[in-house]
Design a protein around this ligand. Structure first.
Ligand code: TRP
Length: 332
């Protein structure tokens, strides 16, 4: 029996996490860990959907993503970290669900479609097409109530909800329908103004970037292209830097908007202001990262003990699932 409502969320370990992840999901996780039982999945199998040809990178990426999560303030006393591939029940549920999820519903998933474009796939792997089913298993194996995610994940949560409803109606009502929770800054543009900050687009500011790197990246960010001279009035609505002020500089954002519109602040000063603000926000994050980086055994222990705890939950839910499906006819 779970006493508190449960959150499940997490990341694919395919590289470092950036400010888009921070604004879109990590900040929310940190705030919610006090009120919910929080499970953080390091989705290494999902990472293989695109990185199956370089599995040797996974170990380092698993550690990096764990460090990113710990550095922003997820507290291992409150949040349970675990590794997807070490919970075989997730693969088992994925197989059960894939019997009644249609191929067309997966092919029309807008996030899968845009990722296909982003990676330049014309034909796609079976596992890639089906990863939203596996994600539904990530969410439902522990009967999660709430899933804090960035906006791009909404189609996956919607599919999870459909799967739960279908399962409960086909067999027995044992699964819990999860709710998505999207944060107020749901999508952060890249510093190049590209609609999404992404690893493969090389337009991100990473949580592990140092102060000088942040300054340089902000300096190179795209602003209102029509504002050429200092005396030109700017349009914050089309400015990437302004979008970042909006996400990370709540106190000054109105003032900056006014100043930009009246040519009372130049782009360069506005950028310095933003990098100071981001660096101020990252400062405690760097400290925590350094703490955990110096203690690799502790990070490993957090992952191992979390995985063991979660596995027990998974076994119990899969027992209920098999019973609901009447395939509990044999127990070894
Ligand atoms: N698809 C998510 C991402 O790309 C990662 C993820 C895997 C996830 N399993 C999950 C997120 C379960 C929320 C719940 O960021």
């Amino acid at each position: 029996m779970k006493l508190r409502k449960r959150i499940l969320t997490g990341d694919r370990p395919t590289g470092k996490l950036h400010l888009g992840h921070y604004a879109g999901s990590l900040q929310n996780r940190v705030a919610l860990q006090n009120d919910f039982e929080t499970f953080i999945i390091i989705a290494d199998i999902q990472a293989l959907t695109t990185n199956f040809d370089k599995p040797e990178r996974l170990k380092q990426d698993v550690l990096n993503v764990t460090l990113d999560n710990l550095s922003v303030g997820l507290d291992p006393e409150k949040a349970t970290f675990f590794i997807q591939s070490l919970i075989p029940e997730i693969a088992e549920l994925t197989a059960f669900y894939s019997m009644f999820v249609t191929v067309n519903s997966l092919r029309h998933n807008p996030t899968v479609k845009s990722e296909m474009q982003q990676y330049g796939y014309n034909d796609i792997m079976y596992g890639f097409l089906g990863y939203p089913v596996s994600q539904a298993a990530d969410i439902t194996f522990c009967k999660a109530d709430l899933v804090p995610v960035g906006e791009d994940q909404l189609p996956h949560i919607e599919l999870s909800r459909k799967i739960v409803r279908r399962f409960n109606e086909l067999y027995k009502p044992v699964l819990v329908e999860p709710q998505a929770m999207v944060s107020k800054v749901s999508r952060l543009v890249g510093i190049d103004g590209n609609a999404k900050m992404g690893k493969s687009l090389n337009n991100g500011i990473y949580l592990s970037d140092d102060a000088e790197t942040v300054k340089q990246k902000v300096r190179s960010a795209v602003t209102d292209a029509n504002r050429i001279k200092l005396t030109d009035k700017g349009n914050p609505d089309v400015c990437t830097v302004f979008k970042y002020h909006h996400a990370f500089n709540e106190h000054e954002v109105l003032n900056i908007s006014e100043c930009c519109k009246n040519a009372a602040i130049g782009c360069s000063a506005c950028k310095s202001n933003l990098s100071a603000c981001i660096n101020g926000m990252l400062d405690p994050i760097w400290d925590k990262r350094a703490f955990y980086e110096q203690r690799p055994e502790l990070v490993q222990e957090i992952l191992m003990s979390g995985t063991v705890k979660v596995r027990a939950v998974a076994k119990e839910v899969v027992r209920e699932v098999r019973e609901a499906m009447n395939i509990d006819y044999f127990s070894l």
